[in-house]
Design a protein around this ligand. Structure first.
Ligand SMILES: [Zn+2]
Length: 159
Protein backbone atom coordinates (compact mmCIF):
# COMPACT_ATOMS: atom_id res chain seq x y z
CA UNK A 1 0.00 0.00 0.00
CA UNK A 2 1.31 3.45 -0.88
CA UNK A 3 2.10 5.50 2.23
CA UNK A 4 2.21 9.30 2.57
CA UNK A 5 5.11 11.38 1.23
CA UNK A 6 5.94 12.29 4.84
CA UNK A 7 6.29 8.59 5.69
CA UNK A 8 8.92 7.95 2.99
CA UNK A 9 10.71 11.24 3.63
CA UNK A 10 11.05 10.36 7.32
CA UNK A 11 12.64 7.05 6.26
CA UNK A 12 15.03 9.04 4.03
CA UNK A 13 15.85 11.30 6.99
CA UNK A 14 16.78 8.16 8.98
CA UNK A 15 19.16 7.22 6.16
CA UNK A 16 20.65 10.73 6.24
CA UNK A 17 21.32 10.33 9.98
CA UNK A 18 23.04 6.99 9.37
CA UNK A 19 25.05 8.62 6.58
CA UNK A 20 26.29 11.29 8.97
CA UNK A 21 27.05 8.69 11.65
CA UNK A 22 29.13 6.67 9.18
CA UNK A 23 31.30 9.71 8.36
CA UNK A 24 29.52 10.93 5.23
CA UNK A 25 27.56 14.08 4.58
CA UNK A 26 23.99 13.98 5.98
CA UNK A 27 21.98 13.02 2.91
CA UNK A 28 19.72 10.06 2.22
CA UNK A 29 17.50 8.83 -0.60
CA UNK A 30 15.25 5.90 -1.30
CA UNK A 31 13.28 4.48 -4.19
CA UNK A 32 9.63 3.43 -4.02
CA UNK A 33 7.81 1.38 -6.66
CA UNK A 34 4.27 2.14 -7.77
CA UNK A 35 2.85 -0.29 -5.20
CA UNK A 36 4.51 1.73 -2.42
CA UNK A 37 7.30 -0.71 -1.54
CA UNK A 38 10.72 0.69 -0.68
CA UNK A 39 12.97 -1.14 -3.14
CA UNK A 40 16.27 0.69 -2.62
CA UNK A 41 17.93 2.86 0.03
CA UNK A 42 21.04 4.96 -0.41
CA UNK A 43 23.11 7.20 1.86
CA UNK A 44 25.73 9.65 0.62
CA UNK A 45 29.07 7.89 -0.12
CA UNK A 46 31.27 10.83 -1.14
CA UNK A 47 33.65 10.81 1.77
CA UNK A 48 34.14 7.22 2.91
CA UNK A 49 34.16 5.80 -0.63
CA UNK A 50 36.08 8.81 -2.01
CA UNK A 51 33.64 9.19 -4.92
CA UNK A 52 33.09 12.87 -5.69
CA UNK A 53 29.84 12.09 -7.52
CA UNK A 54 28.65 9.91 -4.64
CA UNK A 55 25.60 11.95 -3.70
CA UNK A 56 22.77 9.75 -2.43
CA UNK A 57 20.45 10.42 -5.40
CA UNK A 58 23.04 10.03 -8.19
CA UNK A 59 24.33 6.81 -6.59
CA UNK A 60 20.81 5.47 -6.22
CA UNK A 61 19.98 6.37 -9.84
CA UNK A 62 23.08 4.50 -11.07
CA UNK A 63 22.29 1.44 -8.93
CA UNK A 64 18.63 1.48 -9.96
CA UNK A 65 19.47 1.63 -13.67
CA UNK A 66 21.72 -1.39 -13.17
CA UNK A 67 18.90 -3.39 -11.60
CA UNK A 68 15.70 -2.19 -13.27
CA UNK A 69 14.44 -1.25 -16.72
CA UNK A 70 13.77 2.36 -17.71
CA UNK A 71 10.12 1.44 -18.21
CA UNK A 72 9.87 0.16 -14.63
CA UNK A 73 11.72 3.16 -13.19
CA UNK A 74 9.36 5.61 -14.89
CA UNK A 75 6.67 4.43 -12.43
CA UNK A 76 8.97 4.79 -9.41
CA UNK A 77 9.47 7.72 -7.03
CA UNK A 78 12.79 8.85 -5.62
CA UNK A 79 12.49 10.36 -2.14
CA UNK A 80 15.33 12.53 -0.90
CA UNK A 81 15.94 14.65 2.17
CA UNK A 82 17.17 17.66 0.17
CA UNK A 83 16.30 18.81 -3.34
CA UNK A 84 18.56 17.07 -5.90
CA UNK A 85 21.48 19.13 -7.22
CA UNK A 86 22.02 19.63 -10.95
CA UNK A 87 24.16 16.48 -11.17
CA UNK A 88 21.62 14.32 -9.33
CA UNK A 89 18.71 15.73 -11.33
CA UNK A 90 20.68 14.75 -14.44
CA UNK A 91 21.22 11.22 -13.08
CA UNK A 92 17.50 10.90 -12.25
CA UNK A 93 16.70 12.05 -15.78
CA UNK A 94 19.03 9.51 -17.39
CA UNK A 95 17.80 6.71 -15.12
CA UNK A 96 14.25 7.58 -16.24
CA UNK A 97 12.83 7.82 -12.72
CA UNK A 98 9.43 9.43 -13.20
CA UNK A 99 8.91 11.27 -9.95
CA UNK A 100 10.96 13.05 -7.27
CA UNK A 101 9.82 14.08 -3.80
CA UNK A 102 12.16 16.12 -1.59
CA UNK A 103 12.05 17.44 1.97
CA UNK A 104 13.86 20.78 1.92
CA UNK A 105 14.85 23.02 -0.97
CA UNK A 106 18.39 23.33 -2.26
CA UNK A 107 18.23 27.02 -1.32
CA UNK A 108 17.54 26.06 2.30
CA UNK A 109 20.48 23.63 2.12
CA UNK A 110 22.66 26.41 0.74
CA UNK A 111 21.82 28.49 3.83
CA UNK A 112 23.01 25.56 5.96
CA UNK A 113 26.21 24.71 4.05
CA UNK A 114 27.25 28.18 2.94
CA UNK A 115 30.40 27.89 0.84
CA UNK A 116 31.65 24.85 2.79
CA UNK A 117 34.50 23.19 0.90
CA UNK A 118 32.83 19.76 1.02
CA UNK A 119 29.51 21.05 -0.27
CA UNK A 120 29.59 24.32 -2.22
CA UNK A 121 25.88 23.93 -2.89
CA UNK A 122 24.33 24.92 -6.21
CA UNK A 123 21.43 27.34 -6.29
CA UNK A 124 19.55 25.74 -9.18
CA UNK A 125 16.07 24.28 -8.62
CA UNK A 126 15.78 20.71 -9.98
CA UNK A 127 12.55 21.78 -11.70
CA UNK A 128 14.66 24.13 -13.84
CA UNK A 129 16.99 21.28 -14.82
CA UNK A 130 14.10 18.95 -15.71
CA UNK A 131 12.31 21.72 -17.62
CA UNK A 132 15.23 21.86 -20.07
CA UNK A 133 14.98 18.11 -20.78
CA UNK A 134 12.55 16.07 -22.82
CA UNK A 135 10.70 14.17 -20.08
CA UNK A 136 7.83 15.20 -17.88
CA UNK A 137 9.38 14.23 -14.54
CA UNK A 138 7.05 15.13 -11.69
CA UNK A 139 8.54 17.04 -8.74
CA UNK A 140 6.94 17.42 -5.31
CA UNK A 141 8.63 19.53 -2.64
CA UNK A 142 9.49 21.08 -0.38
CA UNK A 143 7.27 19.04 1.95
CA UNK A 144 6.57 21.39 4.81
CA UNK A 145 5.78 18.68 7.39
CA UNK A 146 9.32 17.31 7.28
CA UNK A 147 11.43 20.28 6.16
CA UNK A 148 12.52 21.14 9.68
CA UNK A 149 13.37 17.51 10.49
CA UNK A 150 15.39 17.19 7.27
CA UNK A 151 17.36 20.35 8.12
CA UNK A 152 17.90 19.30 11.73
CA UNK A 153 20.19 16.41 10.67
CA UNK A 154 22.56 19.06 9.26
CA UNK A 155 22.80 20.95 12.57
CA UNK A 156 26.42 21.52 13.53
CA UNK A 157 27.73 19.61 10.52
CA UNK A 158 28.76 22.55 8.32
CA UNK A 159 30.02 24.87 11.07
ZN1 LIG B 1 23.56 15.82 -5.88
Amino acid sequence: MYQSHEYYLRKAIEISKESRESGNTPFGALLVNKEGDIIMEQPNIEITEKICTGHAEATLAARASHEYSKEFLWDCTLYTTAEPCAMCAGAIYWANIGRVVYGMTERRLLQLTGSHEQNPTFDLPCRDVFARGQKDIQVIGPVEEVEVEAAKVHEGYWD
